[in-house]
Design a protein around this ligand. Structure first.
Ligand SMILES: Cc1ncc(COP(=O)(O)O)c(C=O)c1O
Length: 337
């Protein structure tokens, strides 16, 4: 689907018209992938109206990613939080996908980016079910990728960097060309890592397993939500190394991610997972997750930031500023052009 025009994009402190949200072709990030970003969903919840899911955690990860890359963000976490709320409101979205990006801008093209400005944008658009609406019930067919996830000490997997997605592109394209919905990559030691844009969960004998942070995964915010929900439902949920063949003998398998939400996997390398359809534990977790994000059950973990209530209250006031004491210290002096 081609990109559907939206009204406004937030760029370096102001909301600009979609048509004016432009950058120079010699921008550092285009040439070297020097950007850090987030993918966030705003849901039209039944009890709180449009509300952004786990905005605090996404802001924290964005600032963590920038810290890893020594990227001084010229805005505070509270300001970028406000930018997210304002972008949803400026586009009159009830639900949408939000994309804050912090990147090295236009100045010079040496690999060392330290003299380049750090620019910040927040885009928003409608994004339906990432792996298709029927996938949520039927599950998807995946392959184990011939590409590995990056080795530790090459690219930091915990940083959600634009450049990392070149690896994701290889995994996803290969899967699509071969007729699969998605690929699961192994880490350099041959253990299960993650999908091109999702974390992986394996169910076997009523226990739930997911790869640890040391298996070159992105520390998914949906992953942590699923772990919390599953544990509170009474399931044992283990973060541990998963050998490839566990994918073939799993009772159930599912993906988690902001885009994919909770999506069952029904086959791996054409071997059916369990009985080849969504398993009962996956279904229970999925239903709980969807009840939560649709606001059909109370926001018991405080994972939502309701867009209009926060804006009416003034989002830079203590309610939103409070969760950020750790993050604010990552703020460096702004770089002037
Ligand atoms: C490589 C990768 N792994 C995992 C995830 C899931 O992370 P989250 O749940 O924070 O969206 C994503 C999605 O952003 C991703 O791109």
């Amino acid at each position: 689907m081609p990109f559907e025009e939206v009204k406004k994009i937030w760029m370096n402190g102001e909301l600009v018209d979609f048509a004016d949200a432009k950058i120079h072709v010699l921008t550092h990030a285009i040439h070297y992938g020097s950007g850090l970003f987030e993918g966030i969903r705003c849901y039209n919840t039944k009890n709180q109206g449009p509300a952004i899911f786990r905005l605090v955690e996404h802001m924290r990860r964005l600032f963590d990613s920038c810290k890893i890359y020594r990227m001084p963000i010229p805005f505070s976490a509270a300001e970028i939080t406000q930018a997210c709320l304002d972008t949803v409101a400026a586009n009159d979205f009830k639900e949408c996908y939000l994309r804050p990006v912090v990147y090295r801008g236009f100045y010079s093209l040496g690999v060392d980016p330290s003299k380049c400005p750090v620019d910040v944008v927040v885009g928003a658009w409608n994004w339906g079910k990432y792996l298709g609406p029927e996938a949520l019930e039927l599950g998807v067919d995946v392959r184990v990728s011939s590409w590995n996830r990056m080795a530790p000490n090459t690219f930091p997997a915990l940083a959600k960097a634009t450049g990392n997605y070149m690896n994701s592109i290889l995994i996803r394209q290969e899967a699509a060309i071969d007729g699969y919905s998605e690929g699961i990559a192994l880490d350099v030691n041959g253990y299960v890592s993650e999908g091109s844009g999702e974390n992986v969960f394996v169910v076997r004998d009523n226990r739930i397993f997911t790869p640890p942070l040391g298996a070159s995964i992105l520390a998914g915010i949906t992953r942590s939500a699923v772990i919390r929900i599953a544990r509170d439902m009474g399931f044992e949920c283990i973060e541990g190394l998963i050998p490839r063949e566990m994918l073939y003998i799993a009772d159930e398998l599912f993906f988690s991610g902001t885009a994919a939400e909770v999506t069952p996997v029904r086959s791996v390398d054409r071997i059916p997972v369990g009985n080849g359809r969504r398993g009962p534990i996956t279904e229970r977790i999925q239903k709980e997750f969807f009840a939560y994000i649709n606001g059909e059950i109370p926001d018991r973990y405080g994972w939502f930031t309701p867009v209009y209530a926060e804006r009416a209250a003034g989002a830079r006031k203590p309610a939103l500023a409070a969760p950020f004491p750790l993050i604010e210290q990552y703020r460096f002096a702004p770089i002037t052009r």
